[in-house]
Design a protein around this ligand. Structure first.
Ligand SMILES: *Cc1c(COP(=O)(O)O)cnc(C)c1O
Length: 423
């Protein structure tokens, strides 16, 4: 099946007389006839459902669709994108580990790595993702366990050179984890370019309608944990809490996701509710149609802004002349996303004045949603950062993040025009 068809048919194949739409298994628990049957589930000796904190059929069906769309072997849903990135990394890192991450990543992930995971004794080195391989190699340490980046960064819409980062990670014997939230598997499948693990905030385009916070982790099954066994004891040595199971041995290519569900979810509990997974399933069905419209609208608006003499600068990877145009041509030939960043002449004050004059485009702490919205990262999402950190993350103080929706583009441009006239 092609991606468009997978959006509709992958994951859930109802049999004769079964519901056409995925049922919501709104149940915390499952019933078994004998205690022996249930015991086998707890020992991971048999597969089956017993408690929704670990697994739920609605969630698993949606995860299977996402795995198929990304070209992975297994996937799991999490309660949020934050939980997805935390679980994806914590599944292979522990106290004393080190991570190399792009400094241009989403502010929430920057805080997760730089503040909270640091408190757990996991150290991070943030790197400028545009540096050469030789320069980037200097960031690696003997205790490096993962490399992390975003296909398209939020909010600066920089494109990650996935092949470059995959080569770097693999030459240091560690996996590349890519957050593919903005590109979605419709526009880019990072696994095809060498990424080992892909994460998502499904809150964004996948859900697409701003109704449910969620996340997903997809494993390519390609990273050979046993070949680097000394680095990943969690996957390659016995888990005493499961009678000495060695995940990478017992479950092979499914070991990474099995550990994350049966150990991390068991202990940390950040499940997506089955109800939210159902909303996500509906969002995924139209993902390919929406993403196309988001991209064509965003490109038209990027061109409009570029021509406007009140605009200081515009970043949109598919705009000719953009710093990331060549990388976008390679990794995102059909379009990147609906998000673009721009600055207004007159800086911070004029930007705020402009935003407050908009009528159709709304100010919202959201992005990648059917309705056009925008925010000013320096005063919203990134407000905890110092000026220095803002500059390191490439977030100019005048940066406006515009998330272009799927409205008629002429209506959106009219709204932008009237707001420009007021400043
Ligand atoms: C929003 C976002 C996240 C965090 O996701 P939540 O669902 O809000 O927890 C992570 N990464 C990227 C790229 C995002 O845009």
């Amino acid at each position: 099946m092609k991606q468009e068809t997978k959006c509709l048919h992958s994951g859930y194949e109802p049999q004769n007389g079964e519901p056409r739409q995925l049922p919501i298994y709104q149940s915390t628990t499952w019933k078994y006839a004998t205690s022996d049957e249930m015991g086998k589930l707890f020992d991971l000796e048999a597969s089956g459902y017993f408690y929704t904190r670990l697994q739920n059929p609605t969630n698993d069906t949606v995860a299977a669709k996402i795995a198929d769309l990304e070209g992975g072997v297994a996937a799991m849903l999490t309660s949020s994108g934050q939980a997805a990135n935390f679980f994806a990394l914590f599944n292979i890192c522990e106290t004393g580990s080190h991570i190399v991450a792009s400094s241009a990543i989403y502010g929430g992930t920057y805080n997760l790595l730089g503040t909270t995971m640091k408190k757990m004794g996991i150290e991070v080195t943030f790197v400028d993702q545009t540096l050469t391989e030789e320069e980037l190699a200097k960031a690696f340490k003997p205790n490096t366990r993962a490399v992390f980046g975003e296909t398209i960064t939020n909010p600066t819409v920089s494109v990650l050179d996935i092949e470059k980062f995959a080569r770097l990670a693999h030459s240091h014997g560690v996996p590349l984890v890519v957050d593919n939230t903005f590109a979605t598997p419709i526009n880019c499948q990072p696994i095809k370019w060498g990424a080992d693990i892909v994460t998502h905030s499904t809150t964004k385009y996948m859900d697409g309608h701003a109704v449910a916070v969620g996340g997903a982790i997809v494993d390519s099954g390609n990273f050979d944990w046993m070949a680097h066994a000394e680095k990943y004891p969690g996957l390659t040595t016995p888990d005493e809490s499961y009678h000495g199971i060695v995940y990478a041995e017992k479950f092979g290519k499914l070991g990474y996701i099995t550990k994350a569900t049966s150990q991390l979810m068991r202990d940390l509990g950040s499940i997506q509710s089955p109800q939210n997974a159902f909303y996500l399933m509906n969002g995924l069905e139209s993902l390919h149609v929406r993403v196309e419209r988001h991209c064509s609208n965003a490109l038209a608006i990027a061109k409009f802004l570029k021509e406007n003499d009140k605009v200081a600068w515009v970043c949109y990877p598919n705009l000719e002349g953009d710093e990331y145009y060549e990388l976008a041509k390679k990794y995102l030939p059909n379009g990147s996303c609906g998000v673009l960043a721009f600055g207004i002449k007159g800086g911070r004050e004029k930007s705020i004045e402009f935003m407050d004059s908009l009528k159709l485009c709304t100010i919202a702490t959201h992005v990648a949603d059917a309705k056009t919205c925008l925010l000013h990262p320096a005063s919203h999402t990134h407000r905890q950062m110092t000026e220095e950190q803002l500059i390191e993350a490439g977030v100019a103080p005048d940066l406006i993040r515009l998330s272009v929706g799927i409205e008629n583009v002429d209506d959106l441009i009219d709204d932008l025009k009237q707001a420009f006239e007021k400043i």
